[in-house]
Ligand binder design. Structure first.
Ligand SMILES: *[C@@H]1O[C@H](CO)[C@@H](O)[C@H](O)[C@H]1NC(C)=O
Ligand SMILES: *[C@@H]1O[C@H](CO)[C@@H](O)[C@H](O)[C@H]1NC(C)=O
Ligand SMILES: *[C@@H]1O[C@H](CO)[C@@H](O)[C@H](O)[C@H]1NC(C)=O
Length: 179
């Protein structure tokens, strides 16, 4: 039995090693941005159902789950961007376009979250905390991505990121009175 568990843990360790050795590149980071976009859209869908009181509670908790999954993906994206070589011409164009299309998705979602500021009730403080965390992690991710973009896209990206930051700030502000 001990032998088996030894083999199992060695397999587990070698698995981890293999994962760590697979270098991330612009394809990985672009796929991460697509996953982030999907998770943002899920959060946007779920937040529509948040209502004040017990009836809306399960949706409020679902939104909190969505926010955690989203934050994990953003952190994964930051790790991959950090581990990737410079994206080069094609990679920078793909990622630049993905970021440009992600921006309105995030902005719309944050507006939807802000519009529910009264419905979240006592959970508003948790929402505000999550938004603050997501904003900080998004900024870390954005910095890691910008560092790998070609100069053209690297010049455009900060404007896109500034719009995303502004949308975060408005959403965070909508939860100031509940805090
Ligand atoms: C990134 O790596 C994957 C797997 O190693 C590979 O299939 C893909 O073509 C690479 N992308 C670029 C842009 O080099
Ligand atoms: C980025 O990479 C550097 C060196 O490769 C490492 O020290 C740093 O912790 C990494 N940061 C993240 C967020 O993964
Ligand atoms: C919700 O947002 C509105 C508009 O920004 C604001 O007037 C209100 O005080 C906010 N409510 C809470 C609980 O923060």
């Amino acid at each position: 039995m001990m032998h088996l568990s030894y083999i199992f843990s060695s397999l587990l360790l070698s698995g981890i090693q293999i994962t760590a050795c697979l270098a991330a590149n612009s394809t990985t980071v672009n796929a991460d941005i697509k996953s982030i976009s999907t998770l943002v859209t899920s959060l946007q869908d779920d937040v529509q159902y948040v209502a004040a009181g017990i009836s809306g509670l399960s949706w409020a908790l679902q939104v909190q789950q969505d926010a955690i999954a989203l934050d994990d993906m953003i952190n994964q994206g930051a790790k991959d961007a950090n581990a990737s070589a410079a994206f080069g011409g094609g990679g920078s164009l793909d990622i630049g376009l993905s970021l440009i299309s992600l921006e309105p998705t995030i902005t719309k979602t944050l507006q939807a979250v802000a519009a529910k500021n009264e419905s979240f009730g006592d959970l508003g403080i948790i929402v505000q905390y999550s938004l603050t965390q997501l904003k900080a992690d998004t900024d870390t991710f954005a910095n890691a991505v910008v560092a790998k973009l070609d100069s053209l896209e690297g010049g455009i990206a900060p404007g896109v990121i500034a719009s995303i930051d502004k949308a975060f700030e408005s959403a965070i502000a909508a939860y100031e009175n509940g805090a």
